[in-house]
Design a protein around this ligand. Structure first.
Ligand SMILES: [Zn+2]
Length: 186
């Protein structure tokens, strides 16, 4: 089997997990051994699954560092919420060189619009990058743009944390407008 690294990147609500669940199902149909992983800290939907609003769920193993996947020998590796992992992305590159396939999803940017965790390095070593978008909640039919950023509705600036309720997806224009309004409040 040829090794490959496919990455799904985008803001919250861009259905990245749905892509992973599809890849998991395809691996099973192709009779490949497959395992899914997610960071320990993401407990939105319980500890042991990757779940999508529209695509069901799959079992997942909790890890905190990228290197932990090397303890498992399968054909296909699925990883969600990659931005929360620590460690060395070259572990993935080495495994891909040995014929392993990877389907990985993560937030490419923090709520402050900055590259998130190890995602920039992962995007650099990927064979394929699919940038997904969400629906901007501030656009009306006149603007009609796609959301590329996640915005934190709370007062304190911080990286995206657990739980979706305090975040909304916004297009570039409306994210900038809300960020500027927030700065004026401070
Ligand atoms: Zn918008």
């Amino acid at each position: 089997m040829k090794g490959k690294i496919v990455v799904y990147a985008g803001p919250m609500f861009s259905e990245k997990s749905a892509e992973l669940i599809t890849a998991y199902g395809r691996a099973q149909i192709a009779h490949r051994s497959v395992l899914a992983f997610k960071p320990q800290m993401d407990s939105r939907f319980g500890q042991d699954v990757i779940r999508s609003r529209k695509n069901g769920e799959i079992p997942a193993i909790n890890i905190s560092s990228v290197g932990e996947i090397a303890n498992y020998d399968v054909d296909v590796y699925i990883i969600d919420e990659f931005q929360f992992l620590t460690g060395d992305v070259m572990v993935i590159d080495d495994m891909a060189n040995k014929g392993k396939k990877f389907f990985i999803a993560g937030l490419d940017k923090t709520a402050e619009g900055k590259p998130f965790g190890l995602m920039p390095e992962l995007l650099a070593i990927a064979d394929e990058v699919k940038k997904l978008t969400a629906v901007c909640v501030d656009c009306d039919k006149n603007d009609d743009d796609e959301a590329i950023n996640s915005f934190y509705l709370g007062q304190k600036d911080k990286d995206i944390v657990i739980g979706n309720n305090e975040y909304i997806p916004l297009c570039r224009k409306h994210w900038l407008a809300r960020m500027n309004a927030k700065k004026k409040e401070d």
